[in-house]
Design a protein around this ligand. Sequence first.
Ligand SMILES: [Zn+2]
Length: 667
Amino acid sequence: MIKPEVIEDIINTARIEEVVGDFVRLTKRGVNHIGLCPFHNEKTPSFTVNAVKGIFKCFGCGVGGDAISFVMKHENYSYVEALRYLARKYNIEIKEEQQTPDQLKELSEREALYAVCAFAKDYFVKTLTQSEEGKSIGLSYFKERGFSLRTIEKFQLGYASEEKDAFTQHALKNGYSIGNLEKSGLSIVKENNYSSDRFRGRVIFPIHNFSGKVIGFGGRILSALKTANAAKYINSPETGIYHKSDVLYGLFFAKMAIKREDRCLLVEGYTDVISLYQTGIENVVASSGTSLTVGQIKLIRKLTDNITIVYDGDSAGIKAALRGISLVLQEGMNVRIVLLPNGEDPDSFARNNLKEDCLTYIEEHEESFIRFKANLLRKEIGNDPIKKAQLLNEIAADISLIKDLMMRSMFIQECSVLLDVSEETLTQVVNKTRVKHFYDERAKEKGLPIDQEEKQTFVETLSPDEKTMLPLPTQDREIDTIEQHILRLLINRGEDILYMRSDNYEQTKEIREMRLDQFVFDDLCNDEIVFENELYQKLFLAYADTVEQHPENAIAVLRRHEDESIRNLCIDLIDIPIQESPLWESERIKNYIRSIHNDKSKLMEDAIRSLQMLKLNKIRRLRNQKLEELKQELSEEDELILLHELRELNAWIKEMESVLGTTYREK
Ligand SMILES: [Zn+2]
């Protein structure tokens, strides 16, 4: 348990821009910091951090929160794990007792898995450096490879003995449950409680997550077991904390260097990473045999846009490299490829050359991916015209993924020569593909207020097929938006004072002052309107409660509400002052944003209008309910009353709609 005063201390010390900055490249823009959202794929930054309010928000996917919830979301931590992480970062001491076996049992599953992996890592390190078998087999292997003791220590390399279940027994003795050992993938449990170690007679490469926790292991076979049908390399299976497709080996050690060099070298294996690192080339990671996944690219993308794939000359490596590339291009990254001299892999290359020589070679031999691919495939297809057309389309598709106009035209020029087609033809094919991408993207994007007229023209340009892809708002979604909007007004402008004419203004000329939240409460209570979204209603009530007790700092109190869902929604709805962006080409959007942030009378109009929309919705519901009732068997009298009520409701709806000046779409 962490004491409340320590929690308070952590919350007050943590600076959101520093916490987020460890994972996202942030640039200062006005009062905010912006960067690429780590929670969704995007090419232009809409992820915004506001240091004053201590919150982050993504205008692309809508995710938002404070420093703690950022760490929770980003690292998949529990609340307590996130607090511990922040405490470590800011050197805040959390006095916790040593964990007893009983306490170990009670840890959450994820925490338990982290604990097992940390324990196993220490065990394998000890086995490597202290046992006879470890020293004579494991350590001597690493030394043969030229790894220094410092390197071995840095990467926390280890050794697993040949014994059937040495690790499992040791872990059981230390209070770890067989269930968690099995879940961690380190122990294999068969029937009759027969258990064995997954890693035996292997040197061990611990795999770390972005923040440096061990989450899995890779093992290379060394011992006599080699004669059996054992694979040369094995990895931890997928577990609660280890997902192969979201992990890059070496990234924890490389991240600072990647940021610094603004470039990431990508190699295939554990030893490639370690050898290059030892040579002094530290910005290197490995995808560990799989071709690149979106998850892995996103990890790199947090640090740099430039990726250089370093492969040995054999064709298996090249093919693997080609497979992942479209993804990388799509993410807006610059991809280059280096083929090493024949017979060399990154590991041997790094061992046989000095750092400067390696870097010079890379610099002189790397070429853009597209040029590389065009060249490679051109050799394969020879003079076959159909295959050539296919190749043309494929290359055009790759080029169309490049965002930068200059780069695109450069590639078009280059490839038109390589593929022997006119620049014009290639440009046409590329543009056709781009138009398609554009509509796909637009249909997916949300967040910025869309100009209705613009949207209409946009919709008209779509083909029938494309139209069906558009997420058209339903009435329910609109209600949700309005309800959310009212909460947003309360949370961000609730304390604002509105000036209103009193009821007998004509005679007295009296102006009343009223807080915006009071105005909204009164209005909603008078009409007995309840939010349809239950969570919104919960937050609304909590807000009303809090304002009553702490009228001056309601939001600060609400942000620490005991109910997590209320806490999160509240933080989520806090507006970050938006900095004008060059991306908002339309003056109308700019004016819209300026107006909602500055104009008081607009603010009130906005509130009234939203409340009216809610009322309108309520009346609609009532009417529909009455219509349903009409379908039942009724006495003539009842039917007349119902019809009368319906007529009244319809008149109200008409009136409301004319006030709102909009035709409010029906289901
Ligand atoms: Zn996002």
